[in-house]
Design a protein around this ligand. Structure first.
Ligand code: SAH
Length: 243
């Protein structure tokens, strides 16, 4: 289980406190009780904390122990195969932003010759992820899976909230979908899967298939983003809302 994380407003050696908006959310929305455990970011360290008490508008935690590794965020990025230089950029930036797993998928509009040579690139992508993880001082390296056809990937069952950025979608924003997932997950951090289409976008059939499998279409705003921009933007928004 990945515990939800709060960023301490003040702390000392053994305790940390939340005040302001975070505290009021914890008290009023999540109905915080003494004894509940969370991860607490205090300065540049992460602690395993337990609520000691609620004092007026502040929540105080006892810090039990330092969390050794700074765990990846429970984000899986399904990247359609698109131009390799841009795809590599998406892998590098996704790693910097903390994704846990990247799944390269072959979409209908992935270029044929790229789709054919994609599996031969996987080792290179793993190396890019490793170097990027070191560079951004991650304590772990995201898993880069073997290439899968979109159908197989869309159908993989999962407990995660599965989100499909699609430029035709107008009513549901990514933010809205993630906030709902956070609310539903309570004390835990929700797992989020994000699938980003290739340069030509998803076909209508693909969108329908994702829909049948329980994926939720979301908008990243009124402008059309290139695939790699969409991947990074979506990841950054999810990371910002989760942390
Ligand atoms: N079909 C488009 C390009 C697709 S952009 C065109 O007209 O050229 C590639 C992928 O980025 C899309 O499949 C989608 O997953 C994502 N994307 C780009 N802009 C988006 C937006 N505004 N909202 C949601 N998803 C977006």
């Amino acid at each position: 289980m990945t515990r939800r994380r709060w960023i301490a407003d003040s702390w000392d050696e053994h305790t940390a406190s939340l005040t302001g908006e975070q505290a009021s959310h914890l008290i009023r929305v999540l109905r915080a009780q003494p004894g509940t455990e969370y991860d607490i970011v205090a300065g540049d360290r992460v602690w395993h904390g337990v609520i000691a008490g609620i004092f007026g508008d502040a929540v105080r935690f006892n810090l039990i122990g330092e969390v050794e590794s700074d765990p990846a965020l429970p984000i899986t990025l399904l990247l359609s195969i698109f131009k390799f230089d841009r795809l590599e950029w998406a892998i590098e930036k996704g790693t910097e932003l903390g994704v846990e797993r990247i799944l390269p998928i072959i979409a209908r509009r992935s270029e044929k010759h790229l789709a054919q040579s994609a599996q031969n690139r996987v080792e290179r992508w793993r190396r890019i992820a490793r170097e990027s993880a070191q560079q951004s001082r991650r304590s772990d390296i995201p898993v880069i899976e073997d290439v899968l056809p979109l159908k197989t990937a869309a159908r993989q069952s999962s407990e995660a909230t599965r989100i499909l950025p699609a430029e035709q979608e107008r009513s549901t924003s990514l933010r809205h979908a993630v906030e709902e997932a956070i609310k539903k997950a309570g004390e835990e951090m929700p797992s989020i899967h994000l699938a980003v289409g290739p340069e030509g976008g998803w076909t209508a059939d693909e969108e329908a298939l994702f829909g049948e499998e329980g994926w939720r279409s979301v908008s990243l705003g009124p402008r059309i983003l290139r695939a790699e921009t969409a991947a990074i933007t979506a990841t950054a928004v999810v990371a910002a809302l989760l942390e």
